[in-house]
Ligand binder design. Structure first.
Ligand code: ADP
Ligand code: TRP
Length: 332
């Protein structure tokens, strides 16, 4: 049965492998049979105060990257969040029933507040209500995202339930985070600290636009040690991370060969990294080439954005009209 699907990515930098495996790849399959919306979350991007030039450049770049990854503007609705201001009205409605305590308890808020103590703004605090509005403005039930977004999705369900309860209606669905495998994905970064992410500093993320030399440089720098000294010893997290990346881009035989070498202590991390860099480059190359061929095509990008905006607004306006009616905003 066809469902409504929504997901978005903030235009705070280039797309990386984590974005691809956490969000985009799942969306690719869904777009074939469902009513799908994928947007560039530029309102969300404002929490870190980009300059106008940066904001516009990044939006264009990310839209080109969406298309290069296979998001199809004729199958899915690809749009820029700020082109659909109806969601902001829904954001306001949800904020009226969002409580300080519950917003302050969200892990991503706590993390951001720790990382940028001089910029703990209300936009950061209400990030989950805007995200709920992004999703519920289309009344979507599935949201392809990585593991890090689980809690935000839980908040979305809270706001949907609260609205339904308050107005004695079943208007909003309770959306779930979605991944094709059994579990939500977390692609590790190269610095050994956990998640691949664009704000974790140079060298942690492999971007879809990275050239061969950059990929090699980042991978060769990844944290390792002098190797195991006891047979079948436990694998440290940072080595496990390299294997997780191999799982994504290398052949099964290659992975088995290095796992066996780890188990019998013959592994040479330099060789493993060279292999990973070569396989990674092979995986990234088609994305890189496609992005380059699209990103300077202003005409195509603006056509795609306009097509998406019109479709997204139509869906959003329908919801807002019905929500206004439920809340009691009626012409007098
Ligand atoms: P970043 O963490 O690089 O700033 P975003 O927060 O904009 O990326 O994430 C956009 C989408 O990509 C979300 O669905 C998020 O869950 C997913 N994502 C980001 N990093 C990863 C990762 N390392 N593994 C899996 N999914 C990820
Ligand atoms: N919060 C998501 C992130 O940081 C981006 C996002 C904003 C999103 N609104 C959304 C994802 C709605 C899915 C649905 O990665």
């Amino acid at each position: 049965m066809s469902s409504k699907i929504v997901s978005g990515i903030r235009p705070t930098g280039n797309l990386h492998l984590g974005n691809y495996f956490g969000a985009l790849r799942n969306f690719l399959k869904l777009q074939e049979e469902n009513d799908c919306y994928f947007f560039i979350a530029d309102y969300h991007g404002l929490t870190t105060h980009p300059t106008p030039e940066n904001l516009q450049e990044n939006v264009k770049q990310v839209l080109a990257e969406f298309v290069a990854c296979g998001l199809d503007p004729d199958k899915a609705t690809l749009y820029v969040q700020s082109d659909v201001p109806e969601a902001i009205e829904l954001y306001l409605f949800f904020n009226m029933n969002a409580y300080l305590g519950e917003l302050q308890r969200v892990t991503t808020f706590k993390e951001k507040a720790r990382k940028q103590p001089n910029n703990v703004n209300a936009g950061l605090l209400t990030y989950p209500t805007l995200m709920a509005a992004d999703i519920l403005i289309h009344r979507a039930s599935k949201v392809p995202v990585g593991k890090d977004q689980e809690q935000n999705l839980e908040m979305t369900r809270t706001f949907a339930k609260r609205f339904n309860h308050m107005y004695q209606t079943e208007y909003f669905p309770e959306p779930v985070a979605y991944n094709f495998g059994d579990e939500l994905v977390k692609v590790p970064g190269l610095d050994g600290s956990g998640k691949m992410g664009k704000s974790e500093g140079f060298g942690n993320a492999i971007f879809l636009i990275d050239d061969e030399a950059t990929i090699k440089k980042k991978i060769m720098k990844a944290k390792t040690d002098s190797g195991p000294t006891e047979k079948n010893s436990e694998m440290p997290d940072y080595i496990q991370n390299l294997f997780s990346l191999m799982d994504i881009v290398s052949e099964t035989d290659t992975i088995t060969q290095y796992k066996d070498a780890f188990a019998d202590c013959s592994i040479r991390y330099g060789d493993m990294k060279k292999q990973l860099a070569a396989d990674m480059n092979e995986f990234i190359a088609p994305f890189r080439d496609k992005i380059k061929s699209i990103v300077s095509n202003d005409e195509l990008l603006s056509k795609i954005a306009k097509q998406g905006r019109d479709k997204a607004r139509e869906s959003a306006q329908r919801t807002i009209k019905e929500v206004r009616d439920i809340i009691g905003f009626k012409s007098i």
